[in-house]
Design a protein around this ligand. Structure first.
Ligand SMILES: [Zn+2]
Length: 493
């Protein structure tokens, strides 16, 4: 991969080729959309039976970084995300709660959309509820039936895997020895259960069902994504993404349903995000390391720290989520915000230095080529950290000039168009979510460290940084009193 030192924003001719790792081929491939300048993207959204957890949000943040990056490269992105508001678990849970499916899922959809806003996830162009697309699913099942891909058993309609020889190509499972006609009814199952799967499920006594031309019942989980993806994006999509656990059976089944119906390739690039681990274990309710965003916020963690941590680890690496990694993310964000404040409000000597302009251009080029390399966010971030370190030194030495502000600001703007953490709006977001405390409580050692940092900033007459730190401390309820001898006393509000 080549780095273009002279790279400027918008200079697309010299930009690094974008490559994505395609699960289907198992390789990184150059990304070329079907229609020049446009990208169609399908995102498997949440099943809204509970609050989404941070493992889910790892995937959603990855999808947001993907979308923002493509847009920063000038692509027009059309993204569709589904909301699974009917499945086995929803039916059970709404029945147990004694409310309708609609009432039950409305609450969690609202919570999910609020959580997305807290993490600065850009809204997809289409958010599609499964229960509002029953007709589309029924029509797709009818097409499959006309082509002989389905059969009926006890009122349910199944997809006949034996009729679709490509089955298993995405997840690399071997179905050759599979018994013809063996069926699975559950929406979620593992590779040992590779069977004919339900497209349409006959109603069980007392269950909610839809009366349709293919009989009473409700859709299986997999058919909804095929139907909604093709409805909004056409038969062939550029990118389909999701968590790695969706590869089988969900995405395998989506391919089978869609390609059997259309005879065309369904998805050109399959992108899958790796698991999020908590203290090196896969997050699950049974292990008890299951955290929702709101729980993290209630413990004083900021939305920006969570977003930054989830975005900073490249999506194909496992991410180990610990309180320490979250703290680390919080201080990285703080360092970047402090630098941005210093840049915007600092008073620098007149003039402009060509070295700093070319240093900024190099950072921009490195940032872009990191992301172009299968969204290597860690590499992209390293370019920004290096720049910030070098420029803090230049500012301390008085070598940074007023005319250098604009090119460096352009780099920060590009960075923030992807990472979206520089706006200091965490407190507002937490307030609007109704979770608190609105600011994290700092330990005595953390307060002392920030005060030392502020003293150092004052010493080098960097008042923008020192004011920023004072504000940050104030937000956490720490009041500073500068004493005459140059020392600082502090107390908690
Ligand atoms: Zn899906």
């Amino acid at each position: 991969m080549t780095v273009q030192p002279e790279l400027k924003t918008g200079d697309t001719a010299t930009m690094t080729e974008i490559r994505f790792h395609n699960t289907m081929s198992g390789r990184a491939e150059p990304f070329v959309p079907l229609v020049a300048g446009e990208v169609s993207c399908y995102t498997c959204g949440p099943t809204v039976y509970d609050y989404a957890h941070i493992g889910n949000f790892r995937t959603f943040v990855f999808q947001d970084v993907l979308r923002r990056y493509l847009r920063s490269r000038g692509f027009r992105v059309t993204q569709v995300m589904n909301l699974t508001d009917v499945d086995d678990r929803i039916i059970q849970k709404s029945a147990a709660a004694g409310v309708s499916i609609r009432e039950y899922t409305d609450k969690y959809i609202q919570a999910y959309l609020d959580d997305r806003r807290a993490l600065n996830l850009q809204p997809p162009e289409y958010i599609a509820r499964a229960t509002e697309h029953i007709d589309d699913m029924v029509q797709l099942i009818q097409r499959l039936t006309e082509k002989g891909f389905t059969y009926v058993s006890e009122g349910s309609i199944y997809f006949r895997i034996a009729k679709f020889p490509a089955y298993g190509r995405l997840s690399k499972i071997d179905v050759t020895g599979m018994q013809t006609g063996a069926r699975v009814d559950m929406d979620r199952y593992d590779k040992d259960n590779a069977r004919d799967f339900a497209l349409w499920k006959a109603p069980k006594p007392g269950e909610h069902f839809w009366e349709t031309p293919i009989g009473p019942g409700r859709p299986g989980w997999h058919i909804e994504c095929s139907a909604m993806a093709m409805k909004y994006l056409g038969d062939t999509l550029d990118i389909h993404s999701g968590g790695v656990d969706l590869t089988f059976p969900h995405h395998e089944n989506e391919i089978a349903q869609s390609e059997a119906a259309t005879g065309k390739q369904f998805v050109r690039y399959w992108l899958h995000a790796e698991f999020l681990l908590v203290d090196h274990e896969k997050m699950s309710k049974s292990v008890g390391n299951f955290a929702t965003l709101r729980e993290l916020f209630a413990h004083g963690h900021k939305p920006s720290s969570v977003r930054f941590l989830l975005a900073s680890v490249p999506y194909r690496s496992q991410l180990n989520f610990t309180p320490e990694s979250l703290q680390g993310a919080a201080s990285s964000v703080e360092r970047l915000r402090t630098f941005a404040a210093r840049l915007k409000s600092g008073k620098f000597p007149a003039g402009a230095s060509p070295e700093i302009a070319s240093r900024a251009a190099k950072a921009l080029g490195d940032f872009d080529s990191g992301l172009a390399d299968d969204l290597n966010t860690a590499q992209a971030l390293a370019a920004i950290y290096d720049l910030v370190r070098d420029l803090n030194i230049a500012m301390d030495r008085g070598e940074f000039l007023q005319g250098d502000v604009a090119p460096v600001l352009a780099v920060l703007e590009m960075f923030d168009s992807i990472f979206a953490v520089l706006d200091d709006d965490d407190a507002e977001k937490l307030k609007s979510l109704g979770v608190g405390p609105s600011s994290p409580t700092l330990s005595d050692a953390e307060v002392e460290a920030l005060i030392a940092e502020r003293q150092a900033a004052r010493k080098r007459r960097d008042f923008a940084s020192s004011d920023h730190i004072r504000d940050q401390l104030a937000q956490s309820g720490i009041i500073l009193e500068d004493s005459r001898d140059g020392g600082v006393r502090w107390k908690r509000k």
